[in-house]
Design a protein around this ligand. Structure first.
Ligand SMILES: Cc1cc2nc3c(=O)[nH]c(=O)nc-3n(C[C@H](O)[C@H](O)[C@H](O)COP(=O)(O)OP(=O)(O)OC[C@H]3O[C@@H](n4cnc5c(N)ncnc54)[C@H](O)[C@@H]3O)c2cc1C
Length: 269
């Protein structure tokens, strides 16, 4: 899968915020430099750099002559991975949807208190393809952390696309309106032990022998690993038709989990 080149790091400043639900907060940023940002990047991932105090500017990295990333005084700021929900080119605004999860997290807490004028650092967008554009059927599964990616993907599918989306939420009021092709069914599910079983039952109705099926899985680590096993071992989905990325791990901060995520992504089952 092609990699999208990552442009240099830059500052982004909060322009305004919008509460999408009790658990999801959209922040519109104005980037100091909009190069490398376009509608093509909706759903792509970015790195955000956080300041040590909300009113400060975070540090930004630079590259040395050998292309190695260098941090001022060797200090790397708190870094988190997020998704470009939308880039509004005319207004020069970048929308990022933050989950306001109940456990304390530096990023979620920052978003909860974000005010116009607050500044973050941004690197990207980049990352692997999140769906196969030439498939005949699309399956997307995720939780709130993956909602921005899934919402953007639904807007990028062909208008006559067929498929199914499974979104795991904690309560009915976390459901938001999504634009999607009419042939794509959207299932909102309150989180419970039956989530994988419901998906498995639905998969039995599909014709896996004659259709090219693209599968996108994102969300909590254990969920992604369990579902990936089903698609790889039971339905033999080729890796080129599968995006399976754990976006977070219960009980682990991004610092602790980052390396493990890459290990999970590199394994083949
Ligand atoms: C490619 C990619 C794209 C992503 N896009 C988005 C996005 O658009 N929006 C978004 O909100 N997140 C997104 N994430 C997930 C986000 O990076 C993590 O949730 C991150 O851990 C949040 O940082 P934090 O500082 O709030 O919490 P951390 O300090 O990393 O973690 C603190 C605690 O909170 C828990 N926690 C972290 N995230 C969640 C969660 N979502 N729900 C419940 N508990 C949690 C952890 O298990 C830990 O116990 C993405 C991740 C990846 C890899």
């Amino acid at each position: 899968m092609a990699l999208i080149p990552s442009p240099a790091a830059r500052y982004i400043t909060v322009h305004h915020t919008q509460r999408l639900s009790s658990s999801l907060h959209r922040v519109y940023f104005r980037p100091e430099d909009c190069s490398g940002l376009s509608a093509e990047h909706h759903g792509a991932h970015i790195k955000l750099f956080f300041p040590d105090q909300i009113s400060h500017r975070p540090l930004l990295p630079s590259r040395n002559a050998q292309g190695k990333i260098i941090w001022p005084e060797g200090k790397k700021p708190v870094t988190r991975t997020y998704t470009v929900r939308q880039f509004l080119a005319e207004e020069q605004l970048l929308a990022i949807d933050f989950v306001l999860h109940p456990t304390f997290g530096i990023a979620a807490d920052w978003a909860r208190h974000a005010q116009p004028g607050h500044v973050l650092g941004l690197a990207g967008p980049g990352g692997q393809a999140r769906f196969h554009p030439n498939a005949e059927y699309w399956i997307l599964v995720g939780d709130l952390s993956a909602l921005a990616m899934i919402a953007a993907t639904l807007e990028q599918l062909p208008t006559d696309a067929k498929g199914q989306v499974w979104l795991e939420i904690n309560a009915p009021h976390e459901q938001i309106d999504l634009l999607h092709p009419t042939g794509v069914e959207v299932h909102w599910q309150i989180t419970n032990a039956d989530f994988n079983e419901k998906i498995k039952t639905s998969l039995q109705q599909l014709n896996w022998d004659t259709q090219q099926i693209s599968v996108t899985l994102a969300g909590e680590n254990a969920r992604v690993i369990a579902l990936r096993k089903i698609f790889r071992q039971q339905y033999h989905v080729p890796k080129s038709y599968l995006y399976a990325v754990p976006y977070w791990k219960q009980g682990e901060t991004e610092e602790n989990y980052h390396q493990q995520r890459h290990h999970v992504m590199d394994t083949d089952d």
